[in-house]
Write a protein that binds this ligand. Sequence first.
Ligand code: AMO
Length: 436
Amino acid sequence: MADDAYDTRKTHFTSDIGPELDGEVVVLAGWVESIRKLGGIKFIILRDKEGRSQITVPKSNPKIFDEVDNLGKEYVIWLRGTVRKIEKAPQGAEIIPDEIKIVNTAISPLPLDPSGKVDANLDTQLDNRVLDLRRPEKTAIFVIRHETVNAIREFLISKRFIEINTPKIIAASSEGGADLFPISYYEKEAFLSQSAQLYKEQMSSVFEKVFEIAPCFRAEVSRTVRHLSELYAVDVEAAFNNYEDVMKLLEALICHVFKHIKEKCSEELKSLNHKLSIPKTPFPRYTYTDIIKNLQKEEVKINWGEDITTQAYRKLGESLKGTYFIFDWPTAGKPFYILPHKDNPQICESFDLMYGWLELASGGTRIYKKDMLTERLKEQKLNPESFTFHLKTFDWGMPPHAGWGLGLDRLVMSLTGSENIRECVLYPRDRDRLTP
Ligand code: AMO
């Protein structure tokens, strides 16, 4: 068995192996998942990005038969062999190798058992993320995440949206609040972007319909299963639209994504043991005021105008299982850019999209008149001078517009049935976690 392997090109992935290749010589490479010895036969389960293949080494090939003993779990190997049709093998075929090279070794014991037979808590999993992700139910989450982003792009582009990229180093808060991460930017102070809000609004005055899929940074003080310091948001903004229009767009997008995942990721959903039901449109819609009244009936007391607490959301999630909107929120609790209702400025044209207890998205109609926006900034104790770069674009022909921000990580949580948002992010960042 050669231990150098400068040429590790392969001809197939494991998923290509099947009885129809009977008699063909193939070259595979990947990781040793397990080694089993059964009398005069040794079996290697080889794993690659697509799945697993059975490599069968009979005693009649004594050189390779002995060499199998040099292999360990998670070693990277390269092999050439002949496919043999065999009904009993999981793929209906196995590979009889005539050469195996060790490309790289792995330590033993590993800090985490990638076969999942030995349980590890979430912190250990995240500390050893690379190994953790070699488990099929972990890989599944990220295949679903990949397909989710695919489906979102496909949908929005079909609706004539254009994808943009806005800066993540910014000079002023876009959402208000204290959750900004300051950074040192040459001689000045700057911040990591909390959202694409101001820039996507500006771009609605150029491209009319824009979207962005990008990270947002929030210095969240709380430690919860749904908050990250670095999250991915799908941001949408559409000129000449109001909140009704973009709520319809959002529910159509959600249905498209759920359908896409159900169709494309049945294997992944199976390995996660998660059943996905596709929501029906229109999603139920409740005003903020109705929700508060209903919560009061459940003895969860929230005064009108106050935010809905986590405990209250959990209560709501007990009766409202799927997707629903909460709309017409109190103006005071929503960001400065949301348009107050014409006949009742105490409430604004805003909404949150919920999935049970979890908020997936929020959005609304925006203020598009400069005077009103300046007033709202002052009311929210923000300094309009810090927003000059933004406010001046409202002097150049700003159309009415509306949009939303959808938390991608939370959407993936819903699609995969994950209980902690950290499971849906390769390398989560939170109050306590900055590595790996
Ligand atoms: P908002 O602040 O509600 O709205 O954020 C939009 C969505 O992003 C997700 N989200 C988070 N996910 C994980 N960790 C966090 N710390 C976190 N914070 C938010 C949620 C949330 O619904 N500019 C507006 C959107 C708009 O009006 O267009 C905004 O950022 O799923």
